[in-house]
Design a protein around this ligand. Structure first.
Ligand code: IVH
Length: 670
């Protein structure tokens, strides 16, 4: 066992180190180490303090929550202390938590299992239905008053009115930033020459502490609420209170479940381990809470965390390894992806030697240098990614990783569009990798599904100058391909036979097979159904394209651009000549309905339904959606903040403006 003098030294070191990391995390929103590394340090300190209780330093971080107080906001006392949660990475410890508490309380009402949202905690107090204050956790007893900032978050109600609402209550939850909003915000920051945030949690916590609420309003913050506190709560069970708060209009997450046995708890934990990767926000664990509030009170809390709850944290499979080099791959659309070549390292049972670096911004974000020791994670995606660099071990004078300026395949100077993160090789027609990539996509399973042809065969055919684009496949004959190396007569015959059979592939899959940027299987299907034929699609204006449900500006632009290239028109003509079905099989029925022959413009932000839902309602009722207001517009469906230009034009042309409620009434009453 460790000697007492050594233990004293280690306790002092860990105490100071953890305090420093607490400040980095809670005050500066800029942690140096991962949560896992931090938890290991806390665990070690707890073990040493348990073994040598007299060596415990007063105010040890194992007994106090890390403080986020900044002195820049008014401080507000919490009516109920805001504690932290005990955590574990092992199912066994969750079971011992259950064994421990079931000795002293009744678990008749079971547990509530929730996810652990990764953001910054917030405490909202409502008096007589009005939001009185929004306060950060602070040191657990006193927090920073960030009411003005929180009021900019749309889903946080400023007032609530429903029957049965207590006249005074507190509701707590997590302020977070959804992943897509975070990426978009970082992209803009990089463009503006500002430092990007390292992850959505830091971005959320940092934003919450900004001094100007107007800046906060421009950031994509969200809030989930997960605990209701007060002297006259509607129910004696945590879960029932969550349901009530949802009815009052609070944004309560959908994931919480009541689990009656510890086995159910464990299966909730396991169920979300991978499923959580598909959520649009970050979570880092599950939280298990005793459902009965009476039993919660019986168990009480320590100075740092309640005894009636525990957090199970998901361990990310992560490893530290050396970055040997970075290579750049060109895809069929010309997009260039940087790939890290790593010293092979085992993660979650497989040997990892390559990791995606996404784009130039990501390289800059990590400030990667060659030979760096990097943290590699296997997250939800199949391709592992580099999540951090161990700066301490960086070699002196090591070279910073530079993004290439020329295409590695054809030497053309790369370009980067203003609104995109990726670099592109613009040599669409001459870059061999792009040409082969487009054909590979064309024959792929979800596209034309031509069996027997893969990358290798395409390489052979391309080298022999037999194919330059997908239409050339249909001009191939068995005789022409038999002489190719490694291809016998049988497989040559097989290939031409499979190509011939593919002429029966339905139109939506052909659109997908063309490989137009931003046009996935779903968009291809919707486009095929909306336009019916390749002629209609190729002649569609931007206005007609964006009027289609689920087709955004980017996809519409990509389609217009694709059809404006004469080579692509020739390609579709040739495919048609070879017998491919360039129109939809079933004739599209014209929808007769309430809105038939009506042309409608949608503008502004809506409260009751999303813009896509309104688009669908209009289309389902036979209406046509256009983007610009003209004399032939029947009416404008207007939400909040409708553009002033549109409003002016409507006024001048005498076009009716209908608000959401009126529109819904129209649909309902006919
Ligand atoms: S309950 C007394 N439920 O985790 C504990 N906390 O480590 C009250 N968190 O400060 C917290 N998701 O910021 C609870 N579903 C959830 C949570 C959650 C995230 C955060 C919260 C808290 C921290 C504790």
């Amino acid at each position: 066992m460790i000697k007492k003098e050594e233990a004293a030294e280690r306790i002092k070191f860990l105490t100071e180190e953890i305090r420093r990391h607490n400040d980095n995390y809670y005050r500066n929103n800029n942690p140096e180490i991962t949560d896992f590394q931090y938890d290991l340090l806390v665990n070690e300190l707890e073990t040493l303090e348990r073994t040598f209780p007299d060596l415990k330093i007063a105010g040890s971080p194992t007994a106090e929550v890390g403080s986020d107080l900044t002195r820049e906001f008014a401080e507000v006392q919490h009516s109920y202390p805001m504690l932290s949660l005990g955590n574990t990475y092992s199912e066994e410890e969750v079971r011992s938590f259950h064994d421990r508490i079931s000795k002293s309380i009744s678990l008749e009402r079971g547990y509530v299992c929730e996810l652990k949202y990764d953001g910054a905690s917030i405490s909202l107090t409502y008096r007589k239905g009005r939001l009185e204050s929004a306060v950060t956790r602070g040191d657990g007893f006193v927090g920073d008053d960030v009411t003005a900032n929180v009021k900019t978050i749309k889903s946080v109600p400023h007032t609530i009115s429903a029957s049965g609402i207590p006249s005074l209550f507190t509701i707590r939850g997590e302020i977070y930033m959804p992943r897509d909003g975070f990426m978009e915000m970082n992209r803009k920051r990089i463009e503006a020459g500002e430092m990007p945030f390292a992850n959505p949690r830091n971005a959320a916590a940092g934003t919450l502490k900004l001094l100007n609420p107007e800046t906060v309003a421009g950031r994509p913050l969200e809030c989930f609420l997960y605990s209701l506190l007060g002297e006259s709560l509607p129910h004696g069970e945590h879960y029932a209170n969550l349901v009530a708060a949802r009815q009052w209009g609070f944004r309560i997450p959908e994931e919480p479940r009541v689990c009656m046995t510890i086995d159910e708890v464990i299966s909730f934990i396991r169920q979300w381990e991978h499923k959580r990767d598909n959520l649009p926000y970050d979570t880092d664990g599950a939280v298990i809470k005793v459902n009965s509030i009476t039993e919660q009170k019986l168990l009480g809390s320590t100075s740092k965390s309640p005894r009636w709850a525990i957090a199970y944290k998901y361990k990310t499979e992560r490893a530290l390894t050396r970055l040997m080099s970075v290579s750049f791959q060109v895809g069929r659309t010309g997009a260039v992806t940087p790939v890290a070549n790593l010293e092979p390292v085992p993660i979650a049972g497989t040997k990892v030697q390559r990791a995606s670096l996404h784009n130039a911004d990501q390289i800059r974000l990590l400030d990667l240098h060659l030979n760096d020791m990097v943290y590699v994670e296997k997250g939800g995606e199949i391709i592992p990614k580099i999540v951090g660099v161990d700066i301490i071990s960086r070699e002196e004078n090591s070279a910073r990783v530079q993004f290439i300026t020329q295409c590695p395949e054809c030497g053309t100077t790369l370009i980067r569009k203003d609104d995109e993160a990726a670099h592109y090789c613009p040599n669409r027609k001459g870059c061999p990798t792009q040409i082969k990539g487009r054909i590979t996509h064309f024959v792929s399973r979800k596209a034309m599904n031509i069996e027997g042809i893969g990358e290798e065969i395409i390489e052979l055919l391309y080298k022999a100058q037999l194919i330059q684009n997908p239409a050339d496949l249909y001009a191939l004959t068995t005789d022409k391909i038999i002489p190719l190396e490694r291809l016998g007569e049988k497989s040559a015959r097989n290939i031409t036979e499979n190509i011939r059979k593919s002429v029966n592939v339905p139109f939506p899959r052909i659109i997908y097979a063309l490989g137009i940027r931003h046009t996935g299987e779903n968009s291809a299907r919707i486009l095929a159904e909306s336009f019916g034929s390749i002629e209609n699609l190729s002649n569609a204006t931007m206005e007609e394209l964006t009027a289609v449900r689920d087709i955004g500006e980017k996809t519409a632009e990509a389609i217009s651009e694709w059809f404006s290239d004469p080579d692509n028109i020739e390609l579709t003509e040739r495919l048609k000549e070879f017998g491919l079905k360039m129109r939809i099989d079933i004739p599209i029925l014209s929808v007769d309905g309430l809105l038939s022959n009506r042309t409608i413009v949608i503008s502004g932000q809506f409260k009751h339904h999303s813009r896509d839902e309104y688009k669908k309602m209009i289309e389902d009722n036979g209406g046509k959606i256009v983007t610009t207001v003209s004399a032939s517009t029947s009416f404008i469906l207007a939400g909040e903040n409708m553009g002033p230009a549109k409003r002016d034009k409507a006024g001048k042309l005498g076009v009716e403006i209908m608000d959401e409620e009126e529109f819904l009434k129209l649909l309902k009453n006919g």
